[in-house]
Structures are given as structure tokens and as C-alpha cells.
Design a protein around this ligand. Structure first.
Ligand SMILES: [Mn+2]
Length: 317
């Protein structure tokens, strides 16, 4: 059932022993939302704890600074920024049909929770800002850092088209609480591990262009991942690279997940349909971003891709 911000605030005010679920492969928005609301609930004297199926990357550690871990049997289950119970991941899947309240900004939310607070805005943290206010809790600097992190990361540092007047107004309020936005944005967007650079170097070296530069391919082999000790987060932004080169209409990333098993990600510019292209290889997705799975050596996989790419561009191989 869909509810309003004031209803969500009332529900949380009368709840106790609140378990806060975040989505797998956690990002700044799910974590910022979770820890901000956790701090607000604890301020009201309640027990509350944020949990995640996956290990949280250490760059987010400041989000829960000063929050100790609490053990209790949950009486109320809150999910934040989780559009689909599948996104809870393995460890939290036991709560899939037990969520009392979900606060989320994805239009694709599957309405799995008993109560749903849904607004299509830039970040769940924008909504949490409203819920904390409606609960009558005064924001402190730590909550402001959590909320700013989610808003900044989900808007690509206020660059994406989801950024609205309200996004900036909330961010301005948070800055007014004395947070160090420069340090947050540097930690979220600039600092990368040595593995990230090692992997990126190999990825750029592997780049190939086809069809008069209208198509670019990048390979990340299983061996590349092993030799650079790269983690999932070190792949950040790689799928965008081929399309960043001037003149490229179709960008392809070929990532070897296990020896001989490849995950292909395709990014296209208008009018090329990535989903239609990938469906010819057994995959699918969205008009501008889609994917498929192929097997073989790098060369064999490329040889399966090229005719489909040529057809999509309307050129001969
Ligand atoms: Mn989000």
C-alpha cells in the first residue's frame, strides 16, 4: 500500500527494534539513507541497525562513524532504496516478504513491502531528509553527511538529468550543517585504488575500433582481473569508456567472468538500439544500455559480435 511521508514518519515513530535493509552491491544512496535514518531513530531512543548482504567497501566507512552495532530481535523491517526484493541479496533474502515499510525512489519498485513510500526523485536520501524532518528530529552533521553522500552519488555529483531544484535545495540545507562536501565528493568520485589504475591501463590497451570508428570494443579478461587483484568496484566507469571517444556510436565491453565465459555490455547513442542488438545474441536490456552472455576465446567472442554490430550500423563487415 502506498503511503505519504507523514504516514511513514508516524509509523517509524511508533516502531521499535528496527532492522534497516540496504540493497546488494551497496551504493552511497542505500547506505546514506540507511545510516541517516538509523541515526535519527536512535536519537528517538530506539534500537536500530543497518544491514547489507554484501561487504560494504571501506570508502563508505565514514557513513556509520560513531554508530555502534546493536543486537536485537527485529520488530519492524524497513528497506531503503531497494526496488525489488531480489536486490536484497542472499543473506537478507529471508526478509523478502517481511518488509513493513519500503522507502524508495525507483519507479520500477515492485511494491513488495506492506507499506511503500515512493517518489520518483533523484535519490532515496532526498526522501529520508523529508521523513527525518517529519519525525521531528533535528538533523546533525553526521546525518547530513550520510544524506549528502546519497544525493551526490545518485546524481553523479549533481550532473545527471535527475537533478532538480529540490535536489539542490536539500543539498544546500545539508551544506549549511557544516559538512565537508569537498572531502565527500573526493572520496566518492576521485580516489581510486592502485588496482583500478592497473586494470584501466590494460583495458585501454585492449581497445579496438571498427567500422570507421563508429564502434569501439574493450576487453577485460579473467587474467586481467587476477593479475591486477581487481575488485568489483575497480570496474567502476569502464562500461562508459568506449562511448566517450568522439565518433563512437556503439561501445562494447567484453568482460570474462570465468575463463571462457563472457559478459558483454553494449552502450549506444541514438538511434542505435542496444537491446535489439543484444537480443540477437540471446540477451536484452534497455534502448541505450543492454547486455548478453557469450562463450569462447576473446577472438571467438569478438567474431560473434562483429556481424551483429555491422548489421546494427547498417554497414558491411
Ligand atoms: Mn538510489
Amino acid at each position: 500500500m502506498k503511503i505519504l511521508t507523514s504516514d511513514a514518519a508516524e509509523m517509524l515513530q511508533s516502531a521499535d527494534d528496527i532492522l534497516i535493509l540496504t540493497h546488494q552491491s551497496p551504493d552511497g544512496d542505500t547506505l546514506g539513507s540507511g545510516f541517516a535514518i538509523c541515526r535519527a531513530l536512535r536519537r528517538l531512543g530506539k534500537r536500530a541497525q543497518v544491514v547489507c548482504s554484501d561487504q560494504i567497501p571501506h570508502k563508505y566507512a565514514y557513513l556509520w562513524e560513531g554508530l555502534d552495532s546493536q543486537q536485537f530481535t527485529p520488530k519492524f523491517i524497513l528497506a531503503v532504496d531497494v526496488a525489488d526484493p531480489k536486490l536484497l541479496g542472499n543473506k537478507l533474502s529471508v526478509y523478502a516478504d517481511k518488509v513493513d515499510l519500503c522507502i524508495d525512489h525507483h519507479g520500477s519498485n515492485t511494491q513488495y513491502a506492506k507499506h511503500l513510500l515512493l517518489e520518483e526523485c533523484a535519490a532515496t536520501c532526498e526522501m529520508i531528509y523529508g521523513v527525518i524532518g517529519a519525525m521531528g528530529v533535528e538533523l546533525d552533521r553526521a546525518m547530513a553527511e550520510d544524506l549528502y553522500t546519497g544525493i551526490s552519488t545518485d546524481t553523479g555529483c549533481f550532473r545527471y538529468s535527475n537533478t532538480t531544484v529540490r535536489t539542490h535545495l536539500i543539498a544546500a540545507k545539508l551544506l549549511g550543517l557544516g559538512i565537508d562536501a569537498y572531502a565527500i565528493n573526493r572520496a566518492m568520485f576521485e580516489i581510486k585504488s592502485p588496482s583500478f589504475f592497473a586494470l584501466r591501463k590494460l583495458a585501454l590497451d585492449s581497445m579496438e575500433t571498427y567500422f570507421d570508428g563508429h564502434c569501439a570494443l574493450i576487453y577485460i579478461t579473467y587474467q586481467n582481473m587476477q593479475s591486477t587483484s581487481a575488485q568489483q568496484e575497480d570496474l567502476d566507469g569502464l562500461t562508459a569508456i568506449p562511448r566517450q571517444m568522439e565518433g563512437v556510436d556503439i561501445g562494447v565491453i567484453l568482460k570474462e567472468k570465468e575463463p571462457g565465459a563472457w559478459k558483454i555490455s553494449v552502450r549506444t547513442g541514438e538511434p542505435y538500439n542496444a537491446s535489439a542488438l543484444c537480443s540477437k545474441l540471446g540477451g536484452g536490456g534497455h534502448a541505450r544500455a543492454a547486455g548478453c552472455a557469450l562463450t569462447g576465446t576473446a577472438q571467438q567472442v569478438r567474431d560473434q559480435m562483429l556481424p551483429v554490430l555491422a548489421e546494427a550500423l547498417g554497414v558491411s563487415l
